[in-house]
Design a protein around this ligand. Structure first.
Ligand code: NAD
Ligand code: ZN
Length: 251
């Protein structure tokens, strides 16, 4: 069922939440657009002006690594200071008060944690863009230090161990992280309500989770302003603005 009326959206979502024992929220770039961070696919997206460099290219050439860092800093400048929005705040409250047990996110912006959700309730499928790490020994590095080093030398930073340092995100073509994938699968299989919020549901393997939850007997709710390939499988599609749909559930 597709619902566009905002009042009906609030009532139906409130009803499903009140009847759930274990809900999982799965979030994509759409939950952060009201915070000023563009999503990937909308037209005029800054991601199209600064397209991400595929992982194999990053590994293969110093030039590609330098380009990756230049684009990373340009994007960070665009959304420096972004704060959690109504969707993040609503989910933070639903984690604190129930029934949301886990937030699985495709986002790399760190805004779920910034909204007060404990790190052990957040599964970051595509990593975190607010710091960097060595690809070989996993040592953590801070972006401000990497920027100073990059701007002084013009070269992508590397670790004392010789490994390449990269933003702690999963690039296109990079293997999905094992532990987050396992945690996401466990939460998906444990839930009786799965809320897919602000994802176009086309990036795999992440987009397989909503379908798996539904196949396992959970109710599937999709909150998005555009249609997704899973709309026909969902129990409820709330087609509207995420901030408006989730606002009543925020503090
Ligand atoms: P996407 O860009 O493919 O889809 C976002 C969806 O959200 C779209 O269908 C769009 O219609 C919808 N949307 C945008 N703003 C909305 C709003 N205010 N209300 C309702 N719907 C809204 O995003 P994705 O599926 O998450 O995939 C993009 C990939 O790129 C992710 O895997 C992620 O790693 C990365 N990414 C991350 C960020 C971030 O961290 N904030 C931003 C852009 C891209
Ligand atoms: Zn290292």
């Amino acid at each position: 069922m597709i619902v566009e009326d905002i009042g009906e959206s609030h009532a139906r979502l409130g009803d499903l939440l009140s009847r759930a024992d274990f809900a999982v929220a799965f979030t994509g770039a759409g939950i952060s657009t009201e915070c000023g961070i563009p999503d990937f696919r909308s037209k005029d997206s800054a991601w199209k002006r600064h397209p991400p460099v595929p992982f194999d290219e990053f590994m293969a050439s110093a030039q590609a690594r330098a380009l990756t860092w230049r684009r990373k800093f340009a994007m960070d400048d665009l959304y420096a200071g972004a704060q959690p929005g109504r969707g993040h705040r609503a989910l933070a409250r639903l984690v604190e008060a129930g029934p949301v047990e886990a937030i699985i996110t495709q986002n790399i912006d760190g805004l779920h944690e910034a909204s007060g959700v404990p790190a052990n309730r957040i599964v970051e499928l595509h990593g975190n863009g607010t710091y960097a790490a060595c690809l070989d020994c996993n040592t953590r590095y801070e972006l401000a230090d990497m920027r100073r080093c990059f701007e002084a030398s013009g070269e992508a930073p590397s670790c004392d161990c010789g490994g390449f340092i990269k933003s702690a995100t999963i690039a296109f073509g990079q293997a999905m992280p094992t532990q987050p994938m396992r945690r996401a699968r466990d939460a998906t299989m444990a839930c009786d309500l799965f809320l897919a919020i602000g994802s176009s549901l086309v990036v795999y393997p992440a987009a397989a989770f909503p379908a798996a939850a539904k196949d396992n007997g959970a109710r599937l709710v999709i909150v998005n302003r555009d249609p997704t390939p899973l709309d026909s499988a969902a129990d409820l599609v709330l087609r509207g603005d995420i901030g408006e749909v989730l606002a009543p559930f925020a503090f």
